[in-house]
Design a protein around this ligand. Structure first.
Ligand SMILES: [Mg+2]
Length: 148
C-alpha cells in the first residue's frame, strides 16, 4: 500500500507567523518572512524520524499554499524562498506542491490513493482532508513517533 506523510509549512514546520511584521511584508510582496521563519520543531529530530520512516516505505510530501492575494512574480519569489528554506533545514521530501492559497490540499495527491496522513495547523484544512488521518501541527512529533 502507498503510504504518504503530507506536510504543511507555515504554522506547521515553519514559524512564519512568528516573524516580526510578517503580514505587512506579505502585503508588500516581500518574501523575506518565508526565508526568515524559524523551525517550529527540532528539524534534526524531525528529519531523523522521516528518514527512518522513508525506509519503512513512507513517501514524504510538502503541500503548502502560496500567499493570499498573490501575483505571479510574488508566487515565484515565495516558491523560491520555501524551497530554499526546506533545503537549508535538510527536509527530506520526495515531492512538493506549492499551490494557490485556498487550494484543496487533497487535490494534489488524491490520485495516489493509499494512506495519506496530513500535518497541518489549519483546522479547516484538516477537516477537508479525507485521504487518511489529519493531525494538528502541535501533535506532529508525537504522532510521527507512533509510526516508528
Ligand atoms: Mg499552515
Amino acid at each position: 500500500m502507498n503510504k504518504f506523510l503530507v506536510f504543511d509549512m507555515d504554522g506547521t514546520i515553519a514559524d512564519l507567523y512568528g516573524v516580526d511584521g510578517w503580514l505587512d511584508d506579505i502585503h508588500a510582496r516581500d518574501a523575506h518572512p518565508y526565508a526568515e521563519a524559524r523551525p517550529l520543531v527540532d528539524m534534526e529530530k524531525l528529519n531523523d524520524i522521516l528518514n527512518q520512516l522513508k525506509e519503512f516505505g513512507w513517501y514524504i510530501v510538502v503541500t503548502s499554499w502560496l500567499a493570499k492575494g498573490s501575483t505571479k512574480a510574488y508566487d515565484t519569489a515565495v516558491r523560491k524562498a520555501k524551497r530554499e528554506w526546506l533545503e537549508a533545514f535538510g527536509f527530506p521530501y520526495d515531492e512538493i506542491h506549492l499551490v494557490k492559497y485556498g487550494t484543496t490540499k487533497a487535490d494534489c495527491t488524491r490520485k495516489y490513493g493509499g494512506r495519506q496522513v496530513l500535518f497541518d495547523d489549519n483546522a479547516k484544512v484538516r477537516n477537508g482532508w479525507h485521504l487518511g488521518e489529519a493531525i494538528d501541527a502541535t501533535e506532529m512529533m508525537e504522532y510521527l513517533a507512533t509510526l516508528l
